[in-house]
Structure formats: structure tokens, C-alpha cells
Ligand binder design. Structure first.
Ligand code: ZN
Ligand code: ZN
Length: 309
């Protein structure tokens, strides 16, 4: 039989044009596996690390976030029409600072702090948890708004840590209920297309359909979105970029510095370690933040769980 004589019977597989697939623009999170993965990675990274005690504590926090995801009911997100309107206006449909939160997020906060009740916490942390418990719902909501708008009073930093952790649980659950195909990347490519927040870090994939693609991972709702490599996450420039790392380390985490806007963002390489996690590896590479910021670049956005520092 010559070519073209008979129509193929099977369905086409692969891309219709060319052989190279475009990276999926947006990948929504699976809440339980997101926090379970971060927990496992933190446990592993903590072992023998100079900040072992703190990383182990952060692993316990991630585990509590995983348990909170399992313990909370599914939350209702925006309806399709509202998503369409937001996307047409190039706005994030569950904007961190505008979305009307379901009070269920405070149940998540309760589940989180219950886990640490009576745990061997330093007295200051135990006091923060006791105070959080006594607050009225209105008071907690006001503080959540302040956190989401980036206006935390120094006196509130301890409470903001738990509020941030609970909001990650809630927004990750909300993002999981969205439909990736109805979303669009924002014009500001460095911001999350779901909630408009800044990313924790970027990961250069080694596996999946498009190895070599960079995905940024939202610091609030855990959505991942594709971002062109060698383009600054903050200003979109490409002329003054350089990759910097700590000599002699595993090479998993680098800082991409930009001389056009004097900021840096972390970039992680799955090819160097398939278990890399943008949340856990960010915490375990604080030495890189210190090195790069001492050399004059400012981090593109803070890690929400480090605002208490
Ligand atoms: Zn987000
Ligand atoms: Zn830049």
C-alpha cells in the first residue's frame, strides 16, 4: 500500500503542526499533593542542613497545611461568567486582594494552629497562637486583608505567618477548582494568572511534555504558569540577566539577577534533582538570598512565610 492510499483509522496523536509542543500555559494545583510534596522535600532538605530545626518546623507546617486541605470542604469559586469577564479584562479571576473570601478559610486557620497546640514551640510563638485564637472573626479578616495587600504591621508579623499559611490552603483549594482552559496569562507575565500574586520561584522542567520550559509557582494559590526563560520576571528585560549560584553546591537553585531593574528571582533545575520543590527549596536556599542581596539585587517578591523575620 502506498502512502496516501488509505486514510489513517486511528486518532491523530501529538501536535498537528510541527513536532514541538508549546508548553501548557497554566497548570492548576492539586492541593493535597502540593503540600505533601513540600513537606517531604523539606524533611529531606532539613537533614544535616545548618537550619535543620527551622526547616523541620516548616515541614510540620506544610504537613498541617496538607491536613487542612483534606479537612476542609470544597470551596465555591467564581462562576464561569465572572471568570470570562475577568479574563477579558486581563484581570486575575480570584484576585488575592479583591476576592470575597469564604469564611471557611478561618476554619483552615483553626485546623493549622490546633496542630501546634501544646507542641514544643518557643514561648513567643505559643503566645502568637494563643492570641490568634482569641481574636474575633472581623479582626482576623482585617489582618488577612492587610497581609494580602502587603501592609503588615511589625507587631502583627507573628500572626501573619499563620494567616499566610491558612490563606495558601484556601487559595490553593480555590485555584484547584478553576479550569485552566478558561484562564489566560496576564499581561504582567510575572504575576499569577489565577490570583495575581507574585511567584515563590521558577522551575525549569526536565520532564513532561516540554522539558526545558520554565514555570513560575504562585506563592499564594500554587498555580504554575509558563514564563519565557532568559526574560526577567520583574521587568521583562533580557539584556542584563545573569545566573548566580553558590559555588560547590548541588546547582539545583540559582538566582537570576537582572541589572535593568536590580532584582533577582530564584530558578530551580529539575534536571539536577527531580524532587525539587519551588516552595521547599526556596526556604532551604536562604544563603543564596543573603549572598545575592548583599551583592546589591533585591528579591523580586518576598516569600509570604518569611515576613515574620
Ligand atoms: Zn496565584
Ligand atoms: Zn528586571
Amino acid at each position: 500500500m502506498r502512502q496516501g492510499e488509505s486514510a489513517p483509522k486511528g486518532a491523530w496523536t501529538g501536535a498537528a503542526v510541527g513536532g514541538v509542543k508549546a508548553p501548557e500555559p497554566i497548570i492548576l494545583p492539586d492541593p493535597v499533593s502540593r503540600f505533601a510534596r513540600t513537606c517531604q522535600r523539606l524533611e529531606r532538605l532539613a537533614d544535616g542542613h545548618p537550619m535543620e530545626g527551622w526547616l523541620s518546623f516548616m515541614a510540620a507546617v506544610a504537613d498541617a497545611q496538607r491536613a487542612a486541605c483534606e479537612g476542609l470542604p470544597a470551596v465555591a469559586g467564581p462562576d464561569e461568567a465572572d471568570v470570562r469577564l475577568a479574563v477579558e479584562a486581563r484581570l486575575p479571576p480570584i484576585a488575592a486582594d479583591g476576592w470575597r473570601r469564604d469564611p471557611v478559610w478561618r476554619d483552615g486557620l483553626g485546623l493549622l494552629i490546633d496542630r501546634f497546640d501544646g507542641a514544643a514551640l518557643p514561648p513567643a510563638a505559643a503566645t502568637v497562637i494563643a492570641t490568634l485564637r482569641k481574636r474575633t472573626a472581623e479582626d482576623t479578616e482585617t489582618r488577612a486583608d492587610a497581609f494580602l495587600r502587603g501592609r503588615i504591621e511589625p507587631a502583627d508579623a507573628g500572626a501573619a505567618f499563620w494567616i499566610a499559611a491558612a490563606l495558601q490552603v484556601y487559595f490553593t483549594g480555590l485555584a484547584a477548582g478553576m479550569h485552566a482552559e478558561s484562564l489566560r496569562l496576564l499581561e504582567q507575565r510575572g504575576l499569577c494568572p489565577c490570583c495575581g500574586s507574585t511567584p515563590s520561584a521558577g522551575v525549569v522542567r526536565a520532564s513532561g511534555q516540554t522539558p526545558g520550559a520554565r514555570y513560575l509557582h504562585c506563592s499564594l494559590c500554587s498555580t504554575a504558569w509558563n514564563h519565557t526563560r532568559a526574560v526577567c520576571v520583574t521587568c521583562g528585560g533580557s539584556r542584563g540577566l545573569a545566573l548566580r549560584g553558590i559555588g560547590g553546591d548541588s546547582g539545583v537553585v540559582k538566582a537570576e539577577t537582572c541589572d535593568e531593574c536590580q532584582t533577582y528571582a530564584k530558578l530551580m533545575y529539575e534536571a539536577k534533582d527531580t524532587r525539587v520543590d519551588p516552595y521547599a527549596d526556596d526556604l532551604a536556599s536562604l544563603a543564596l538570598d543573603i549572598m545575592v542581596s548583599e551583592a546589591g539585587w533585591a528579591r523580586h517578591a518576598p516569600n509570604p512565610l518569611l515576613l515574620m523575620a
